[in-house]
Design a binder for this molecule. Structure first.
Ligand SMILES: O=C(O)C(=O)C[C@]1(C(=O)O)C=C[C@@H](O)C=C1
Length: 351
């Protein structure tokens, strides 16, 4: 399989690194971004000749003109996939420009460069089957599964509706908070804000055109923003009008979903421990993924594998962190020695 990537921006590059990890050959074309010489195609014709999968990773508003530029060089045995963050408009563009000439399918990988760098798992991709090419969705599934992704099937409308209430609103709220100056240079922050500030960082690190695309190019985003603004206005108004002494947690409109589980204390505590351990297992899986990445980097740089000096440095810092947090450094060292053994074992297995 040879993959052609059109658009070597943040996502195009991230996809390139996934393809490389999976041992799949690819070429890329971008009018401005720097493509490594070994991967660079000189023209659309050169890029598309011989490619079996063609990934369109350009900003959504540019999709149609790019599809038009591709069309003369495409052949019916190829498969075109877009990776836009919205689906109704790109699918419409592919339907109109490619139609029944070349197989195509709309897809949205729900991960970006940041989640790949952090070794977040699972990597999920929404695939939107279309009646013109039922086989294309199956091929897209197989393609993404080779990259280690899980697939969710959705209609373009279903996808955009969900995204309007999740992706678009998250970006909207985060940008609103950034523009209102919240969280800048604060001396301390409660846990509730820490979770949100991670989101703000993600939004900040994404390409600028993404913000406009997920708001403007999603037909349901405007309405979702309107509902949110309306709800916020109503809350603001109530906070202004309800006298403070009347605003108990039982005031109907101010009620938040109950936090009390009503479970006996031991049962509740064990459930919390289970949740926390689940997070730990997920973190350890990501750590193992990063260790495998370190191994690949070391293979290129000729660094020793395993590396006792690095392992001792790891242990020393974790002991210091434990001391700072007031937990037993000996115990923490034992845990990290086990984690390093786990890590070395993970480096010996492929996936
Ligand atoms: O940092 C590295 O070189 C790694 O390969 C990662 C790691 C780790 O899991 O932290 C794993 C094995 C090495 O012996 C040292 C450290």
């Amino acid at each position: 399989m040879t993959v052609a990537i059109i658009g070597y921006g943040r996502f195009g590059r991230a996809l390139g690194s996934l393809l490389e990890e999976a041992g799949i050959d690819y070429r890329a074309l971008d009018p401005v971004a720097d493509v490594p010489a070994s991967r660079r195609a000189g023209s659309m014709r050169e890029l598309l000749t011989g490619a079996t999968r063609v990934v369109v990773a350009v900003p959504v508003p540019r999709m149609r003109e790019v599809l038009e530029a591709m069309l003369p060089h495409l052949r019916p045995e190829q498969l075109v996939l877009d990776v836009g963050s919205v689906k109704v408009k790109p699918v419409q563009a592919m339907n109109e420009v490619l139609g029944t000439r070349v197989p195509w399918v709309g897809t949205h990988p729900l991960f970006g460069p940041l989640s790949l760098a952090m070794a977040e798992r699972p990597l999920r991709v929404v695939v939107c089957p279309n009646p013109l090419y039922p086989e294309a969705a199956r091929e897209a599934r197989a393609f993404y599964e080779r990259l280690g992704c899980e697939i969710i099937e959705q209609t373009p409308e279903g996808h955009d509706r969900v995204m309007a209430h999740t992706h678009a609103l998250t970006f909207f709220v985060a940008k609103g908070m950034v523009d209102a100056g919240s969280g800048v240079d604060v001396p301390f922050a409660p846990a509730s804000f820490k979770a949100l500030s991670r989101t703000i960082e993600t939004v900040r690190s994404d390409a600028g055109h993404l913000f406009t695309a997920i708001q403007h190019e999603n037909p349901f985003a405007r309405e979702a923003r309107g509902h949110l603004l309306h709800a916020l206005e109503a809350i603001h108004h109530e906070l202004e009008t309800i006298p403070p002494e009347a605003a108990t947690p039982d005031t109907p409109s101010m009620e938040l979903p109950a936090l009390e589980t009503g479970l006996p204390e031991l049962k509740e505590t064990r459930e919390l421990i289970d949740q926390l351990d689940h997070d730990l297992v997920e973190l350890l899986a990501r750590r193992a993924e990063l260790a495998r990445r370190a191994l690949r980097a070391k293979a290129q740089a000729g660094t020793p594998v395993p590396d006792p000096a690095r392992e001792e440095a790891v242990i020393a810092t974790r002991r210091a962190w434990a001391t700072e947090l007031g937990v037993d450094p000996e115990g923490m060292e034992a845990i990290f020695r086990a984690i390093l053994r786990f890590s070395r074992r993970a480096q010996q297995t492929k996936e």
